[in-house]
Design a protein around this ligand. Structure first.
Ligand code: URP
Ligand code: ZN
Ligand code: ZN
Ligand code: ZN
Length: 498
């Protein structure tokens, strides 16, 4: 299984721009060649995988996970080992997680802490976004160091979680200005945290203590308003923006409209939001309802998942993450009498690829090339890892999945590889199954069996000023500056102020 040389024969190579039947030859963790009838030397040492009638796709990139995340008094049950094992079992070969400092604390220390947690455990490659949860000159200096020396080119701002991570408009403005200066992309959790805090008090005063209160206290417009505000603030300093976990039709429309107005903004729906809806919060079984609690919430409007999928297919939305942030039932039960105490988060890292295939491709909404675009290539472009990641091509990292578009699997907590004891996709039958996952040139999953080794994954540093994001931004700086009107000076009378 530790074979360093792999030949994938006869598969349909699916990239974001085209598909073609080819062989793929892998050695030393890199795709060495893509072409017809490849015949590497010493074939006896080579692991040959027959991929005829199967697809060969770039391994998925999950743009949004929280493994072993200490949050709301708990720590998520999936750590960087079980979390990345689940990822590769589902055809994802890279995750981007979040290092999140407490207010007043060092961003670099948070980054180091997350590296120390992740490095020994990851069994696929990973990168880190870093959150800006407060503002000072020191924060700005640390952002510069993270960009220059630590391979970070994305910073998340929370407009919600009042008192914990929430920043105000001025802090957002400063952070967006710094992102722009350093060539990073600002990310935003777009919900109005003040309205949520007031809404929550109101629900509790009405005697609504169950998970339905979580949605009722933060309806769609609370997300849409913050999304619009974030876009306005980022755009005012010509900073590119990435809206994480777009959960509602209203917020997705705001992102789509902004893109049509030419704003450099990207929207990230998550697997759960593309497949299930917020009616689950009204489920009679408390633990079922609580398992779906995340922020922003899934929306009760049952047309939401398909609506988001259509926008994703049409490039109004750009990539898919999961916000995988798993708490078990007994942890969720901290909020059994008060929905505000239910730790927020749900699963997805293992199931994203199959869920997007089923709801997106099998349903006829998007084609196989768009599937690759929204599950890996565009993420690699936005976060400046393309074509090292997100492409099957000579010289790219050997993160490759043999994908069976016809096979089906039924998602269940009984068979998933995650540590969490609930799966929000329970019972969903998905076409699109990963048969073999190759991460960093190693077969890490094959025909239902994991061959993962903790620590085999690598941290992937990312450079600033990604062309995909910044070429328009920099050009606008050149040519779109406001200019003063040249006019004769006013020579008339001027009133005297007393
Ligand atoms: O509910 C959520 N989304 N939990 C993870 C933290 C975040 O806001 O992404
Ligand atoms: Zn968030
Ligand atoms: Zn998140
Ligand atoms: Zn189907």
């Amino acid at each position: 299984m530790a074979s360093k040389r792999i030949l994938i024969k006869g598969g349909k190579i699916v990239n974001s721009d085209s598909s073609q039947i080819s062989d793929v030859y892998i050695e030393d963790g890199i795709i060495q060649d893509v072409g017809q009838n490849l015949q590497p030397d010493n074939i006896a040492d080579v692991k040959v995988i027959d991929a005829r009638s199967k697809m060969v796709i770039p391994g998925g990139i999950d743009t949004h996970t929280h493994m072993e995340f200490p949050f709301m008094g708990m720590c998520t049950v999936d750590d960087f080992y079980t979390g990345t094992q689940a990822a590769v079992a589902g055809g994802t070969t890279m995750i981007i997680d979040f290092a999140i400092p407490q207010k007043g604390c060092s961003l670099i220390e948070a980054y180091d802490t997350w590296r120390n947690w992740a490095d020994p455990k990851v069994c696929c490659d990973y990168a880190l976004h870093v959150a800006v949860t407060w503002w000072s000159e020191k924060v700005k200096e640390e952002m510069a160091v993270l960009v220059r020396d630590k391979g970070v080119n994305s910073f998340k701002l929370f407009m919600a979680y009042k008192g914990l991570y929430m920043v105000n408009d001025m802090e957002m403005y400063q952070a967006c200005s710094a992102c722009k200066e350093f060539g990073a992309i600002a990310q935003v959790h777009a919900e109005n945290g003040d309205l949520i805090a007031e809404g929550a008090k109101k629900m509790l005063s009405l005697g609504i203590t169950g998970p339905e209160g979580h949605e009722l206290c933060r309806p769609e417009e609370v997300e849409a308003e913050a999304t619009q505000r974030a876009i306005t603030i980022a755009n005012s300093v010509n900073c590119p923006l990435f809206v994480v976990h777009v959960m509602s039709k209203s917020a997705a429309k705001v992102v789509a409209n902004a893109r049509r107005e030419g704003k450099v903004v990207f929207g990230e729906p998550i697997a759960a939001g593309l497949a299930i809806d917020g009616t689950n919060y009204w489920h009679k079984d408390w633990s079922h309802a609580a398992a779906h609690v995340m922020g922003p919430p899934l929306r009760p409007d049952p047309s939401t998942p398909q609506y988001l999928m259509h926008l994703l297919a049409n490039d109004d939305l750009s990539v898919t993450g999961t916000d995988n942030c798993t708490f078990s039932t007994c942890q969720k039960a901290l909020g059994k009498d008060d929905f505000t105490k239910i730790p927020n988060g749900l699963n997805g890292v293992e199931d994203r690829m199959s869920v997007v295939w089923e709801k997106g491709v099998h349903s006829g909404i998007m084609d196989e090339n768009r599937f690759v675009a929204v599950t890996s290539s565009i993420a690699a472009k936005i976060f400046n890892m393309y074509p090292r990641k997100g492409k099957i091509a000579k010289g790219s990292d050997a993160d490759v999945v043999i994908w069976d578009p016809e096979a089906t699997r039924t998602i269940s907590v009984k068979t998933h590889h995650q540590a969490v004891n609930f799966n929000v996709f329970e019972g969903m039958v998905c076409h699109g199954v990963p048969l073999v996952t190759i991460a960093g040139g190693r077969v890490v999953y094959e025909n239902g069996t994991l061959h993962t080794v903790p620590g085999h994954g690598k941290y992937i540093p990312r450079k600033p000023f990604a062309d995909y994001v910044y070429s328009r931004i920099l050009q606008r700086d050149e040519v779109c500056q406001p200019v003063p009107v040249q006019r004769e000076p006013y020579k008339g009378e001027v009133v005297q102020l007393k």
